[in-house]
Design a binder for this molecule. Structure first.
Ligand SMILES: Nc1ncnc2c1ncn2[C@@H]1O[C@H](COP(=O)(O)OP(=O)(O)OP(=O)(O)O)[C@@H](O)[C@H]1O
Ligand SMILES: O=C(O)C1CSC(c2nc3ccc(O)cc3s2)=N1
Ligand SMILES: [Mg+2]
Length: 542
């Protein structure tokens, strides 16, 4: 038996985890919300889809899968920008125990090659835009038997449109279709790619039970962000990533009205909040920086907005507070999680906004913070590696038992590779990724702390800190800075500003470099690998 000391357990939840499959729970939700006028609105095309239409399409699609011979554990893929039809194949697949492996439509052919080689889908649903890349890959991979296009009405060459595929393969008897039953703990529902921030993306197997825990959370007013059916929220989180995939499925469970953007565009984002009277938005830290600093924000009436949810990357305390004040919000809810944990495992509970904290442990999960030297659980307020255990932990990495064993230990603990701590009241604080810590003469420098300080400077629009190799010190902290338009600041001023606030090892001895933009991925994570290479190439003037 493991010692219980310094292990936290999540609180009780109002909504127990349902025993039925994630597919059945989604089916029930679509039925439950059939009276609502809108499930999703595409801001670009003004097209809408209702819960009733989602129910019909997913049942027809499931019937089509069955008639075409697709069965439990077959794999399908979806490679498309966010659009109204994206989730139809995924939900229909979940009705049948078919596995969905979404793919980032911005992946290069090489990246798609790697991802497809792991998931090996028989059938790929793609957007018109992604079609040519997918067609090329079909030539290489014989396991890909068919391509269906999500966002056209007419077939393109030999490739059927979604609507024609359904027309050809389903009929009115779809009304009698009901989701199948299977072992939820074992059955993989989705294979999601991690972001690939620290290496190649990993293929994370998420089970029906994993999703069911998330579905219990979304309906619990203490954990879920919006729990009243019909409430308007806005999202642009990519559907292929856990942050878009698992949140949107959860939004269907609740019955929210989802305003959908393909990607973040500043004016369109603000205009949509105003025009659709959005109550809550799901964002990532770069958008919080934008909302704190951009003059555009004052051009729009954002008074409908009551709450912002933010996660996926570190967010400084001050910048979060500035946005709550500027927009007069009820709350900013931060979440922390990984693809490997099926979305957030710590989250700001309602009315418990603690600036700088990523909230408390979610129900049904356990957590500990371990000493990175000896692996022993630490007491509150001590920094170590965050570990989580419970039914949100992935089944494993597809096709990589070795990596799975390195990540989930024999007692079932998921080792996150993130450093953090919890305080005496159980509020979590993320310090940094272990792999991104800068080591200066044996001292550990967390770049996230320096980034947060840089961002509160009025002349700085955005910033990132990386370590650059140095023969005598090991590594030196170096900053990339984007200037706020119309403001002036020198390298030396940036250096002195940081030196005035932190201990000597954290001074920007690696220099300060001004650039036009900090490279970030679709979920707002700073691309440190790119910056590390750039820092070596680009000389600092200091
Ligand atoms: N609220 C948060 N604050 C700080 N970091 C966060 C937060 N939420 C998520 N993260 C970071 O995101 C990581 C999870 O991201 P994801 O699973 O998409 O892939 P990745 O870890 O970036 O990439 P890869 O594992 O492929 O290298 C966490 O391990 C953590 O470092
Ligand atoms: O980056 C990831 O792997 C994850 C796992 S958890 C996560 C996010 N959490 C939130 C919470 C609120 C929000 O608005 C966006 C995200 S993305 N992203
Ligand atoms: Mg990771």
């Amino acid at each position: 038996m493991e010692e219980e000391k310094f292990i936290l357990h999540g609180p009780k939840t109002l909504w127990t985890v349902q025993k039925s499959t994630a597919g059945k729970q989604l089916y029930d939700a679509l039925v439950r919300h059939s009276h609502l006028p809108e499930a999703m609105i595409d801001v670009y095309t003004q097209e809408r889809i209702s819960y009733k239409a989602l129910l019909e399409t997913t049942c027809r699609l499931a019937q089509s899968f069955q008639r075409c011979g697709y069965k439990q554990n077959d794999v399908i893929s979806i490679c498309s920008e966010n659009n109204l039809n994206f989730f139809c194949p995924a939900i229909a697949a979940m009705y049948l125990g078919i596995i969905t492996a979404p793919l980032n439509q911005n992946y290069t052919k090489g990246e798609l090659h790697n991802a497809l080689n792991v998931s090996k889908p028989k059938l790929i649903f793609c957007s018109k835009k992604a079609l040519s890349k997918i067609l090329e890959l079909k030539q290489i991979f014989t396991f890909i038997k068919k391509i269906i296009i999500l966002d056209v009405l007419q077939d393109v060459g030999d490739n059927e449109s979604l609507s024609n595929f359904i027309l050809q393969n389903s009929d009115e008897s779809y009304r009698n279709f009901r989701p199948l039953e299977f072992d939820c703990k074992e059955q993989v529902a989705a294979v999601l790619c991690s972001s690939g921030t620290t290496g190649l993306p990993k293929a994370v197997m998420i089970t029906h039970t994993n999703l069911s825990v998330r579905f219990a959370h979304v309906r619990d007013a203490n954990v879920g962000e919006q729990t009243i059916p019909g409430t308007t929220i806005l999202t642009f989180m990519p559907f292929f990533h856990v942050s878009g995939f698992c949140t949107t499925l959860g939004n269907f469970i609740v019955g929210l009205r989802i305003i959908l953007l393909k990607r973040f565009e500043p004016e369109l984002f603000l205009k949509s909040i105003q025009n659709y009277e959005v109550r809550s938005v799901l964002v990532v830290p770069p958008i919080i920086i934008f909302l704190a600093k951009s003059p555009l924000v004052d051009k729009y009436d954002l008074s409908s907005l009551k709450e912002i949810g933010c996660g996926a990357a570190p967010l400084g305390k001050e910048i979060g507070e500035a946005v709550v004040k500027r927009l007069n919000l009820d709350g900013l809810r931060q979440g922390y999680g990984l693809t490997e944990s099926t979305f957030v495992v710590t989250v700001t509970t309602s009315n418990e906004f603690r600036p700088g904290s990523t909230g408390q442990l979610v129900p049904l999960m356990s957590a500990k913070v371990i000493d990175i030297e000896n692996g022993k659980p630490l007491e509150p307020d001590f920094v170590g590696e965050l570990c989580f255990k419970g039914d949100m932990v992935m089944k494993g990495y597809k096709g990589n038992i070795k990596a799975t064993r390195e990540t989930i230990d024999e007692n079932g603990w998921l080792h996150t590779g993130d450093l953090g701590y919890y305080d005496k009241e159980g509020h979590f604080y993320i310090v940094n990724r272990l792999k991104e810590l800068i080591k200066y003469k044996g001292f550990q420098v967390p770049p996230a702390e320096l980034e947060a300080l840089l961002l509160i400077h009025p002349c700085i629009k955005d910033a990132a800190v990386v370590g650059i190799p140095d023969e005598s010190a090991g590594e030196l902290p170096a900053a990339f800075v984007v200037k706020q338009p119309g403001r002036q600041i020198t390298e030396k001023e940036v250096f002195d500003y940081i030196a005035g606030q932190v201990s000597s090892p954290k001074h920007l001895r690696g220099g300060v470099r001004f650039i036009d933009e900090i490279p970030k991925n679709a979920t707002g994570k700073i691309m440190k690998k790119v910056l590390g290479e750039l820092a070596v190439k680009m000389k600092s003037k200091l």
